[in-house]
Design a protein around this ligand. Structure first.
Ligand code: TRP
Ligand code: SF4
Length: 533
């Protein structure tokens, strides 16, 4: 993956977003060599369990490693405000222990009081993976049984499949009119050979991500693997684009770009803190002069990009004698005239109307945001908030490499016979040394051990003390792989047996859910993945 051009894959996906990078490909193979790179290259933020009240064990143990703006959701949770969580599953095979991570994340958010949605990405499975509708129905049922067996409350949450959710498809259609093919090319490496339904399944996923906000905009978290981040970013962008108004900060009648605005804010705060300056008396041309003096003065610590400085100085000079007055600005993005007029009415205090924006002098940005959203919703807009996300690590395959559904020994299906589960763990790769003697002397390497990962992500459940004990005993050389695997294998066997019993009980619950798992649909079916372009 070092070539400059992304390599188109047969399903229209791409191997790599740019050269020499970590790949984030929703339809590619999901191994991530270096999770840290995701922070630098894609702006995913590092997850800190300490910021979450009563965090889930997957958070505490670093299985959830990254996020985008999860703080909004945490805040809502802490303040007892509404929030939502949603994730989706492509019904391409049997649910396995990797999916269990996401099931558990959804269930936890439900327990914390969130509105939780689980969806079957059947349009995606059909168009991007070439699954027949019969196969999809069968797998969909199986995913839902496991989700319910693990504790999803169907009375409290919503389960749906993409293909029969009309409201979702209307939203997808709307989102589709704000996106275009060039973006699909840039984000996913789609090209002329990509099938049109695959593109439709992408706008459907963007709609999934915003769906929880249809009744009321609210903080929403999407728990997924990092391969889904391109969809999350795209959905965040779509949410912003569909807003009627953009609320920004301004200082005079003219517009500044983001960098200029940040630099001006710095200057303004410095001037306001300076007793010798009366900011109420400041005019644009004075500010230009001050700015030049500031950035040239090594003691002020304003470190401006020269291009930003020059363009800002020019704008300020052109502003001449216009007074500097901080204000909140509402930019018209998609508003119709009625909404624009209603916004003016709704703004309290001093305000000024321009062609495509309104300035308000007595509002703080948060209050302004709220007014803009209310007016938008009253005028048939959505008022979406940017969705948040959390990312979990992919589990290592039991055979050492990646966990892959095409290598049965590498993963454990939630439908595996408990004895097969036992056997798979018994023959798993470990982070152990060549001999018992060496292990006692040097200790094992739990950080490189798929069996330790099973303990941490699944078998120890919420018992931190147990997980820590396995880790320490291993690293300290007191634990040997034979006994360690035996213990893990027994726990796995128990887990599978119990889970499968609960799946039986879940059947009745699922029968009571309003979801059609006999789609009786005509269509193309069962072709090889290569054909599904
Ligand atoms: N694309 C996801 C996958 O490959 C499935 C999916 C569809 C999804 N819609 C979603 C995931 C919305 C999270 C949120 O498994
Ligand atoms: Fe892995 Fe257990 Fe062996 Fe440690 S003792 S390397 S955790 S199997």
């Amino acid at each position: 993956m070092t070539e400059d051009q992304p390599t188109p894959k047969t399903d229209g996906g791409t191997d790599s977003v740019s050269s020499d990078d970590v790949a984030l490909d929703p339809w590619g193979s999901s191994t991530i060599e270096d999770y840290r790179k995701l922070f630098e290259q894609f702006g995913i933020e590092e997850f800190d369990a300490e910021e979450v009240p009563d965090p889930h064990y997957l958070m505490r143990r670093g299985a959830i490693f990254g996020h985008r703006e999860y703080g909004r959701v945490v805040e809502a949770m802490a303040d007892d405000e509404p929030f939502a969580a949603l994730s989706g599953f492509m019904p391409t095979g049997d649910p396995h222990i990797g999916h269990k991570l996401v099931f558990d994340e959804l269930i936890w958010h439900q327990e914390q009081g969130g509105e939780v949605y689980g969806l079957i990405a059947d349009l995606e499975a059909h168009s991007a993976r070439g699954m027949s509708w019969d196969e999809i129905d069968e797998h969909a049922r199986s995913y839902l049984l496991s989700l319910i067996a693990l504790g999803f409350d169907v009375e409290d949450g919503e389960l749906y499949r993409q293909s029969d959710n009309r409201v979702l498809q209307d939203l997808a259609f709307e989102i589709g009119s704000t996106t275009n093919f060039s973006e699909f090319e840039a984000i996913y490496g789609f090209g002329g050979e990509t099938n049109v339904s695959h593109m439709q399944s992408v706008v459907t996923q963007l709609a999934d991500i915003l769906y929880p906000q249809l009744d009321e905009p609210m903080p929403t978290v999407i728990p997924v693997g990092p391969d889904q981040d391109p969809h999350v970013r795209f959905a965040r962008d779509a949410a912003a684009r569909m807003r009627y108004f953009k609320v920004t900060e301004a200082f005079a009648s003219f517009e500044l770009d983001d960098e200029e605005r940040a630099l001006f804010r710095e200057l303004y705060d410095a001037l306001a803190a300076d007793d010798g300056v009366d900011t109420d008396d400041l005019r644009c041309e004075d500010a230009a002069e001050r700015l030049l003096a500031f950035v040239n003065d090594p003691s002020t610590a304003i470190d401006a990009d020269p291009a930003t400085r020059d363009s800002l100085v020019e704008k300020l000079e052109n502003g001449g004698k216009e007074p500097i007055r901080p204000r909140v600005r509402f930019l018209d993005r998609n508003a119709n005239e009625a909404a624009f007029d209603a916004l003016i009415e709704a703004i309290p205090g001093e305000k000024r109307r321009y062609d495509a924006h309104i300035d308000s002098f007595d509002l703080d940005p948060a209050a302004a945001e709220e007014i803009a959203r209310e007016v938008e919703i009253e005028h048939d807009g959505y008022g979406f908030q940017a969705p948040s996300s959390i990312y979990h690590r992919f589990m290592t395959g039991l055979t050492g490499g990646k966990m892959s559904s095409s290598i049965p020994a590498s993963h454990i299906s939630l439908l595996d016979d408990p004895e097969d589960g036992y056997d798979k763990v018994k023959s798993a790769a470990t982070g152990g040394r060549a001999t018992a003697e060496e292990q006692r002397e040097l200790g094992g390497k739990p950080d490189e051990c798929p069996v330790y990962e099973l303990y941490a992500y699944l078998l120890a459940e919420s018992d931190d003390e147990f997980a820590a004990r396995v880790y320490e005993e291993c690293a300290g050389g007191e634990r040997l792989c034979g006994g360690c695997k035996e213990q893990a294998a027994e726990l796995m066997q128990e887990f599978l047996a119990e889970h499968q019993e609960k799946r039986e009980e879940a059947k009745e619950v699922l029968d009571g859910v309003d979801i059609d798992l006999d789609s009786d649909r005509r269509g193309l079916g069962g072709q090889e993945e290569e054909d599904a372009v």
